[in-house]
Design a protein around this ligand. Structure first.
Ligand SMILES: Cc1cc2nc3c(=O)[nH]c(=O)nc-3n(C[C@H](O)[C@H](O)[C@H](O)COP(=O)(O)OP(=O)(O)OC[C@H]3O[C@@H](n4cnc5c(N)ncnc54)[C@H](O)[C@@H]3O)c2cc1C
Length: 179
């Protein structure tokens, strides 16, 4: 059982259409999902990993955010403790899980989005496990650490080359001085 264990049955229960599909259950996907759900839309957050929290669980253990708790929280829920302290990596990870539970966000874990195609009216998503989902809207919150994928749209300017190399897995999982 994962720390976030409420999500698995969503697609198996037969859900095939939602208002908005959100790709990724990191801090961006959770915040977007909460706002969309609050606006009364039916949302499904699709997460490739076995838990919510995005990149935070795999960062080195001594990492703290660059901003204090009062500037690091997601909309609608404070980070616990004093507002001027710097939470640890594990506190941020726990906070993101708690956020998903507190707002009862519909997250489908172990559900990588393999493809998303727009037919002029809706997005059609192919998911790991052979599931398919149709959504009127799509939020790409898959982070900077995954393979980058930019949509090809007639009015989209060509994507600039990234100005820096994303952190390697080793850099993200090791504490400074421990490599
Ligand atoms: C050293 C360091 C320090 C940092 N400090 C801060 C800080 O102080 N404050 C701050 O705000 N940020 C900080 N960041 C950056 C922060 O970690 C990222 O901004 C944040 O994780 C981005 O959140 P996200 O939800 O966009 O992406 P992520 O956290 O990367 O989450 C993306 C999620 O999408 C999922 N995903 C990817 N592809 C798919 C797919 N095809 N289908 C389904 N799911 C998919 C991934 O599994 C992942 O769970 C720091 C980063 C580093 C490396």
């Amino acid at each position: 059982m994962t720390a976030f264990d409420t999500a698995d049955p969503i697609l198996r229960r037969g859900l095939r259409t939602v208002d908005v599909a959100v790709v990724g259950a990191g801090q961006s996907g959770l915040a977007a999902g909460q706002a969309l759900q609050h606006a009364g839309l039916e949302v499904l957050i699709l997460e490739a990993a076995a838990d919510v929290g995005g990149s935070w669980p795999s960062y080195y253990d001594s990492l703290t955010p660059f901003s204090p708790a009062r500037f690091s929280a997601l909309p609608g829920m404070r980070l616990p403790g004093r507002s001027n302290r710097y939470p640890t990596r594990d506190e941020i990870t726990d906070y993101l899980r708690d956020y998903a539970v507190r707002f009862d966000l519909p997250v489908q874990i172990d559900s990588r989005v393999l493809d998303a195609a727009w037919d002029g009216q809706a997005f059609h998503l192919d998911l790991a496990g052979g599931y398919r989902l149709t959504a009127r809207g799509l939020v790409a919150a898959s982070g900077a650490s995954a393979d980058r994928m930019s949509p090809t749209l007639p009015v989209w300017p060509s994507s600039p080359e990234p100005s820096c190399t994303p952190p390697t897995t080793a850099a993200r999982t090791s504490s400074p001085g421990k490599e």
